[in-house]
Design a protein around this ligand. Structure first.
Ligand code: GLU
Length: 304
């Protein structure tokens, strides 16, 4: 398939699409991003690369990193992981406190903030230097050994992180956080702060399009059964309260973040990342979602 041509055609079809949305405003640093940025990168299992727009510019991956922390925790804890976090869509906002109390501190899934905090707690429990080891893991997957946490963004989020503090305190009280809450929160803010280009992020997720095997380095990251399960959670829980809509319109497993990035994979074929900072009312990149809808229609590629 001539993906370069297809990406360009889809971009032309986007010209009439006016719903730009607004960059996330609750994290001060994210408010400053130019809403007109737009980048796409697709990488195939055979390491063929296609990109357009601002695909080589770094952006804040935010919640997309929750998939990577989940993968690392799944490597360390196997199926015991699911005793502390569920695999069901939440039906409530990503930072909601209400459901957590009803569910006795067991978050519905690892992609809502409460679930991601539990995953961070598990990593803090298992790893000597969680921040360093997580960063190295992401560096290896991305092919960029110089990736860093962004202190400007993590500090900005920390300065307004009252809700995440409330979530972790509630879970500590209910017995589902085992470590020092400040250590876990600091780790969480840092992993959300990583900045990557569309190209780096697409490569990072390629192993999930390849049954858990990184097809470039040949390293087995997850068993195919575990990779299937991570993809299933992305399909059901990867898009805030819009996972149904994303499945309906795009038909691929993926994950979005409030930085305006979306990663999606087609098993055995490709990983694709779109970045456009304007978010729709549900918190997903407005243009990003539309682009992927048109792209999977044009290529007739979907898991369904
Ligand atoms: N760091 C963000 C938060 O905790 C992540 C949000 C997101 O991208 O979903 O609010």
């Amino acid at each position: 398939m001539d993906y370069q041509k297809i990406l360009e055609n889809v971009l032309i079809k986007m010209t009439g699409f006016q719903e730009l949305g607004n960059p996330a405003s609750y994290i001060p640093e994210l408010r400053k991003v130019d809403p007109f940025k737009f980048g796409v990168h697709l990488i195939t299992k055979k390491n063929k690369n296609f990109g357009l727009g601002d695909s080589e510019e770094k952006f804040s991956i935010q919640s997309i990193s929750k998939v990577l922390s989940l993968v690392m925790a799944y490597q360390l804890q196997d199926e015991d992981l699911w005793k502390r976090v569920g695999v069901e869509p939440s039906g409530t906002p990503f930072n909601s406190l209400i459901q957590l109390e009803y569910d006795q501190g067991i978050p519905r899934n690892p992609f809502i903030n409460a679930g991601a905090l539990v995953i961070c707690d598990i990593l803090v429990e298992h790893l000597k230097n969680p921040k360093d080891e997580f960063l190295n893991f992401v560096r290896k997957l991305s092919g960029n050994s110089e990736l860093e946490y962004c202190a400007r963004i993590s500090e900005s989020e920390k300065s307004v992180g009252y809700r995440n503090a409330a979530l972790i305190n509630l879970m500590k009280d209910l017995g589902n956080i085992h470590n020092d809450i400040d250590t876990v929160l600091d780790f969480y803010f840092n992993l959300c702060s990583i900045e990557m280009t569309c190209r780096e992020l697409a490569r990072t997720f390629l192993f999930l399009a390849s049954y858990g095997l990184n097809p470039i380095t040949k390293e087995k990251i997850l068993s195919s059964s575990k990779a299937k399960r991570v993809n299933a959670i992305m399909q059901l829980c990867g898009f805030y309260d819009e996972a149904g809509e994303f499945s309906f319109k795009v038909g691929l497993p993926g994950k979005s973040g409030v930085g305006g990035g979306i990663v999606a994979i087609l098993p055995n074929q490709y990983s694709i990342v779109v970045w456009s900072p304007g978010l729709n009312k549900k918190g997903n990149s407005s243009k990003g979602m539309k682009f992927l809808e048109l792209f999977t229609s044009e290529t007739e590629s979907s898991i369904f």
